[in-house]
Design a protein around this ligand. Sequence first.
Ligand SMILES: C[S@@+](CC[C@H](N)C(=O)[O-])C[C@H]1O[C@@H](n2cnc3c(N)ncnc32)[C@H](O)[C@@H]1O
Length: 223
Amino acid sequence: MNLEPYLTSDGSYTLINKETNCAYHSLHGAVTEGKVVFINYGLNYAFEKFGSSINLLEVGFGAGLHTYLTLLEASNTKQNVFCTSIEINPVQLKICEQLNYEDLTKDINLKLNYKDLINAEWNKTTQLNNYFSIQKLLTNIYNFEYILPYHVVYYSGFSHTATPEVWEKEIFEKMFKHLPIGACVVTHCAKGVYKRMLKEVGFTVETLKGPPRKNEVTRAIKI
Ligand SMILES: C[S@@+](CC[C@H](N)C(=O)[O-])C[C@H]1O[C@@H](n2cnc3c(N)ncnc32)[C@H](O)[C@@H]1O
C-alpha cells in the first residue's frame, strides 16, 4: 500500500492511498467526521439506549482514529466499551506514527495514548484502561462470525465505489440477524441504493445531518 498522510481542514491527518486515491477519512476534517458520525450518532446513541457498558463492532480499523476517539469518549465519560475491530489490510505502524492523533489527548489527563492502541496485537484482546478493551481481528467482514451482541456497528469500510464488496446485501443480512434489538449501524454512506438495501434486510433507516461538506449520513436501527 502506498499510503501518505494528508492534512485535513480541521487540522487532523488522514491517509491517502496514492494508487487508488482513496482517503481513510473526510478531507474536510478527519476528527470532526469521526466525532459526528461515529461518536455522536453511534457510540453515544448506544450508551443512551443500552446503558454505560456496550459492545462495539468496527468494520475497518484503518488508522485507528475512530477507535481512538471511542477510547477517549469512554474514558472521559467513565463508560465501558468492548470493541471488536476488523481489518483485512492493516496500515503499517510507521505510517500511523506520522499521524497527529495524540494531540487530541493534550488537555486530557489520560495515561494512554494513540500508540498503545495501534500497538495492540492483532487477534488478541487488549485492555487499554478500566473503560476500554479492544480485540483487533485480521479478517474480512465476509468471514466474520458474530459471537457477542454488538450494540453499535461503525461501518467505516471504504466507499461503495472503492470497495463494492463491503456493500453486499448478504453482509447486512447476517449483521441484522445477529444484532440485538435496539442496536444501530452508523456509516458515512448516504446513497439511496444502500439505504434501501438496509431497509430491505429489516433495519429502520434514519438520514442524519452530516459533518462539514457532507449533507447526510446514515444510521440504521434494528427495532
Ligand atoms: C475508511 S478506512 C477505515 C478508517 C478507520 N475506521 C479509522 O478510524 O481510521 C476503511 C478500512 O476498511 C478496510 N477494509 C476494506 N475492506 C474490508 C473488508 N472486506 N473487511 C474488513 N476490512 C476492510 C480497509 O483496509 C481500510 O483500512
